[in-house]
Design a protein around this ligand. Structure first.
Ligand code: PLP
Length: 371
């Protein structure tokens, strides 16, 4: 194992700080004898819905399953088309494939890496059944035009807010724009569990009912199934941990904001292009992703100097072997492909210190020959 001087994301620091609270929460669950679909999950769902300002929230097994259940809930069936971008985490696409639908890609906007609304109309066909914008790296997709196009075409919008807990668009949080919002609580997310977990949120009662059934074998009451559902429940231990962490989320997001500003101030060289924040947007800085000249060389140099960076995502979804059958080719989505060649995620997590950021900035300046 490499002994990193600066890690991309160090979860141990946060866990150490919260350990007494987490252990108390775990003990309460363990002593309760209720481990699935109990009071912790119910309380977390209420707290998460209230925090977000949506009527209903349901905990599910992961962000991927949140997306898959959301697609099923709005009526996506095998053979339907679902529009999204090729520059996203592969689970966005895996969820579409899980329900038997066909992903149809729309290229991204080069400054925010999110779905380009101008290219959207030509991707819509008679078989389009859902649209999945992704709030990538914590910057919201341009929801106003996306929602307007979806509304006029009569297509439900399922937001992939897996990376966007607390990101704002014109003052409203990600996950509250679409018919259903989907969240991941993968450990490295801004709100992360200690295992896999996710949530779906909506304001529509009928959809909420369907989502609740779908995650639990379609059961309306014990041993009575009215839908062919799944087992996709968020367990009591994870719910209890998430309740502890939810109370810190705003503070952690503010800290990320400070760190993002520090990166911007400490790295003022033309070879590094900082992330764009469009007017009306307030990202949660899930990741701090720059475009860098000679990206791969810089990445290797950072690693050789003990600084862990990463590329999200080196191969866009349309070029992944798993999705070759969709028939896309290199050159089909030039902005996604260019981003895949140029982006570099610098270390970012709330417990990162200012000295560590300065060390990252100094090492980058040294690579380009400034110091
Ligand atoms: C954009 C995006 N969508 C979906 C997911 C899937 O979430 P999970 O890992 O909880 O299944 C993730 C996280 O991995 C993600 O980053």
């Amino acid at each position: 194992m490499v002994a990193w001087k600066v890690e991309r994301c160090n979860l141990r620091r946060q866990t150490e700080e919260l350990l007494p609270e987490l252990l108390r929460a775990a003990e309460e669950v363990l002593r309760s004898g209720v481990y699935i679909l109990g009071p912790q999950l119910e309380a977390f769902e209420q707290e998460f819905a209230r925090w977000l300002g949506r009527r209903f929230a349901y905990g599910v097994a992961s962000g991927t399953e949140a997306l898959a259940l959301a697609l099923l809930a709005v009526g996506v069936r095998p053979g339907d088309e679902v529009i999204t971008t090729p520059f996203t985490a592969i689970p966005t696409i895996a969820a579409i494939a899980m329900v038997g639908a066909r992903p149809v890609f729309v290229d991204i906007e080069p400054d925010t890496y999110t779905l380009n609304p101008e290219l959207l109309p030509r991707a819509i066909s008679a078989r389009t059944r859902a649209l999945v914008p992704v709030h990538l790296f914590g910057h919201c997709a341009e929801m106003e035009p996306i929602l307007a196009i979806a509304r006029s075409a009569g297509i439900p919008v399922i937001e992939d807010a897996a990376q966007a807990h607390g990101s704002l668009y014109h003052g409203r949080p990600a996950g509250t724009f679409g018919t259903i919002g989907c969240f991941s609580f993968y450990p490295t997310k801004n709100l992360g569990a200690y295992g896999d977990a996710g949530a779906v949120v909506t304001d529509e009662e009928e959809l909420a009912h369907r989502l609740r059934l779908l995650r639990n074998y379609g059961q309306v009451s014990p041993y009575r199934s009215v839908l062919p559902g799944y087992n996709s429940r968020l367990d009591e231990l994870q719910a209890a941990f998430l309740r502890v962490k939810l109370s810190y989320l705003e503070r952690w997001n503010q800290r990320r904001q400070q760190l993002a500003q520090l990166y911007r101030r400490s790295l003022t060289i033309p070879e590094i292009h900082h992330p764009t924040v469009r007017p009306g947007h307030c990202p949660n800085w899930h990741l701090y992703v720059v475009r860098a000249e000679r990206r791969d060389e810089l990445w290797r140099y950072l690693e050789a100097n003990g600084i862990q960076a990463n590329v999200y995502y080196p191969l866009p979804a349309h070029l992944q072997p798993a999705y070759a059958h969709l028939g896309y080719r290199e050159g089909d989505f030039p902005e996604a492909e260019r981003a895949a060649r140029q982006v570099l995620a610098l270390p970012m997590y709330p417990e990162l210190t200012e000295e560590e950021i300065e060390q990252v900035a100094l090492t980058i300046c040294r690579f380009y020959g400034y110091v």
